[in-house]
Design a binder for this molecule. Sequence first.
Ligand code: C5P
Length: 325
Amino acid sequence: MAGVERRAAGAPAGGPVMGGVTVRVPAKVNLQLAVGPLRDDGYHDLVNVFHAVSLFDEVTAAEPDRAGAADRPVRVRVEGEWAADVPASDDNLAVRAAAALAARAGRSYRADLLIRKTIPVAGGMAGGSADAAAALVACNELWGLGLPLPDLMEIGADIGSDVPFALLGGTAVGTGRGERLTALETSGVFHWVFALADGGLSTPRVYGECDRLRAEAGAAVPWPRVSEPLLAALREGDAPALGRTLSNDLQPAALALRPSLAATLRVGRDAGALGAIVSGSGPTCAFLAESAEHAGALAAGLKDAEGCRGAVTAFGPVPGAAPAG
Ligand code: C5P
């Protein structure tokens, strides 16, 4: 499939690639996250406007060497700033994705995965889902399976609600758990700053806190609906309008669990961000800028803010799981 780099020379067309396959995959920010009532299966129906941004992990899948062949079928190693926070076990979403792909293919395939992490871990930017998506694309190529994108998206949806979007990329609205996607029309480029927090937030815990706060307030939870002004801002490439229409129903819960995020958002707003929002379940905060230069200035002001581990700039939309380099 498109979007992978073949490292091995001379691999037969459609056949297995004997060397490594490296796939680059973006983080996401939610431009709108409307959370509906809690379902019987423990999930919430969403309207989730995903936007892929230029903050990438890389996943390489390679045939294991002989020494590893008797070991577990899929092994993983993690490198990068966040490596210590990622499980290098069968719980790793990339390992689970590769194993699910092998099961779908009905054969006992093997792979060694190397994840180079740049996307914050447990940060609300779908880094684990991104790695799962990249592993699906890389192993599909490594094993010569040739499964089309819709099949990978279906397998990915069972691994995590955000995996299908990491495969698709761009800007899209997700319904259901967030896994049923429709690509959205956008114009131009949007410039972002992400304030990285010390320590992550557990996604189930943030959803649970959202339910708790809602029960406490006692108001009925409306059915989630996509914001028409937000769609118009995206179509028109109107960054100030997009900044005004960003929304996240999980933000009050993330702020309740991590009160210091309120100060982070304030620093960005006071410095002139067009919009300031907690990204997904947090604790990463996202700030919309007027331009790349403005993003650089905002990042400089945010990186020393209380509770911030650093600030990075990025732009979107970018494609989903795609060739490295
Ligand atoms: O699908 P994923 O495993 O990424 O979801 C992680 C957790 O986030 C779920 O276990 C659930 O607690 C929560 N979640 C939810 N509703 C969604 C998506 C996720 O409640 N639509």
